[in-house]
Design a protein around this ligand. Sequence first.
Ligand code: HEC
Ligand code: HEC
Length: 232
Amino acid sequence: MMPMIRWVGLMLAVSMTPIAMGAGSTGSGSTGAGATQVGATEVGSAEAGATKAAVCMACHGPNGNSVNEQWPSLAGQNAAYIEGQLNHFHDRSRINEIMWGLAAALTPQDIKDLAVYFSQQTSTGLEADPSYWQAGEKLYRGGDRTRSIPACMACHGPVGRGNPAAGYPMLRAQHSVYTIEQLTNYAADKRYTHTDKGDSSGGANAAIMHTIASRLTPEDMRNLASYVQGMR
Ligand code: HEC
Ligand code: HEC
């Protein structure tokens, strides 16, 4: 995986903007951060997390399989990514008032337990919209060199499982409505309180997605979101 990630980092770095420079320089740095998080989650307990997750399931669904397309599924998502995002909601760097309220009272131990619990749940899967998934697959797997869009597959994996060691999120079986919303937010610098010139309150990972999402059209986002929703 590493050589491919480096290559993508390089591609972002050489493709013009200062933002891209920031993202490019994180090729090895973000992996280092991810490794630290993975180490830290080893002390999380799925058993303790199961009890603490009762409140979450009202929105994120039974065992983390959301039935509301605005609310993301968490089942099977990697623990490092979940832990990172809960910390971002806890310190209010990722913008969502509902999650601010829920994450405010969570301790670092709660966050680790919840992350491990949801990472061990089984994703039930969803269907893609047949009108869009083929165009989405093409971009997901191959990128588009003419527009400096890297293949999503390089970081999110051939079947969308993400990269748990690096803390890169799983995308498969995620609601397309949620995915479009996130891509739109990354592009417009609205997922985090501050994403500017590669220096982001969401960290280096957020800067990577800001760079990539800002090169996507609304149609690209719709197609990609449809494709990943149906991934098994
Ligand atoms: C009242 C509904 C609601 C409840 C209850 C809730 N969430 Fe959320 N959660 C959301 C919404 C809405 C989002 C999407 C935020 C956005 O669009 O940025 C979200 C996003 C998340 C994310 C980010 C997922 C991703 O793929 O980036 C995580 C992790 C998360 N919630 C964990 C939890 C945990 C753990 C609990 C229980 C302590 C919980 N949530 C309770 C509504 C809820
Ligand atoms: C160089 C690696 C890399 C590439 C290439 C990449 N991503 Fe990402 N992606 C990430 C990282 C890292 C994150 C987590 C960012 C954060 O912390 O906010 C992420 C987050 C996301 C999210 C948010 C997931 C959630 O649950 O909220 C979506 C959606 C996404 N990427 C879609 C894509 C698509 C579509 C492409 C291809 C056009 C793509 N990514 C290409 C690294 C990458």
